[in-house]
Design a protein around this ligand. Structure first.
Ligand code: HEC
Length: 212
């Protein structure tokens, strides 16, 4: 009999220990996450671009996290001035932290590369800018047109590196425009929130990703 009680107490102790370790403590920590003043929610277009980023699988080659400069060379690589913190992701549901770095980290690409022309030609064909790049091209996010067919007010880009026949230009689809708007919004270089900002729990936001 005594041994059965010992077993029951042991089982309960394990449940209480595991619950506090996996539920209570993380929940308290999340409660302390603040919304940075300099970080705004994604606009409708940026959120659409984020969906394109997810569905095109950019996360399989790109991380979105700067690791602590004390232990890593992320800062020297120019990926960000400081390590990213949980509050940098309050509007990212789900976050795109990533685990692979076949390409550079992108959490601050909006600071590093603010040019739309650059992003569009790079996405259309990375080899037009970096001949050695192994990044896949995303030509289906663009329509290739005769430059003569462009009407006034239409936005188009020329592609260098011999990747288009003479006289042809690319016009971004709404998905390409949204993706570039999203990439340009990736900037997490402000100082870490100190504590007087509102709690992250107080904001709503999209709780799940929707496939386009
Ligand atoms: C198979 C791996 C792979 C995939 C998938 C991939 N990339 Fe890349 N990406 C790379 C590599 C490698 C580089 C570095 C060479 C270059 O700039 O092209 C790179 C570079 C970049 C850069 C420039 C970064 C810098 O610091 O200059 C951007 C922006 C980028 N990728 C965006 C994207 C987006 C958006 C997607 C999804 C639509 C994507 N990548 C998918 C491998 C990948």
């Amino acid at each position: 009999m005594t041994r059965i009680w010992l077993l029951i107490i042991g089982v309960l102790a394990i449940i209480v220990f595991a619950t506090s370790l996996l539920v209570v403590i993380p929940n308290t920590m999340i409660g302390q996450v603040r919304v940075p003043k300099q970080l705004s929610p994604y606009s409708e277009q940026e959120a659409r671009g984020r969906d394109v980023y997810v569905s095109e699988g950019c996360v399989y080659c790109h991380s979105q996290q700067v690791r602590d400069p004390v232990y890593t060379s992320d800062k020297e690589r120019g990926w960000g001035p400081r390590a990213t913190v949980p509050s940098d992701y309050v509007y990212d549901k789900p976050h795109q932290l990533g685990t692979m770095r076949t390409g550079p980290d992108l959490i601050n690409i909006g600071v590093r590369q603010p040019s739309e022309q650059w992003h569009h030609t790079h996405l259309f064909n990375p080899r037009s800018l970096m001949p050695w790049s192994i990044m896949p091209a995303f030509p289906y996010l663009y329509t290739v047109r005769d430059s003569a067919s462009i009407t006034p007010g239409e936005v188009f880009y020329s592609v260098a590196g011999g990747k288009l026949p003479a006289g042809k230009v690319i016009v971004p689809t709404p998905d390409a425009d949204a993706l570039v708007a999203y990439l340009k919004s990736l900037r997490r270089t402000y100082p870490v929130p100190t504590g007087d900002e509102p709690a992250a729990r107080s904001i709503g936001g999209r709780s799940e990703h929707t496939m386009p």
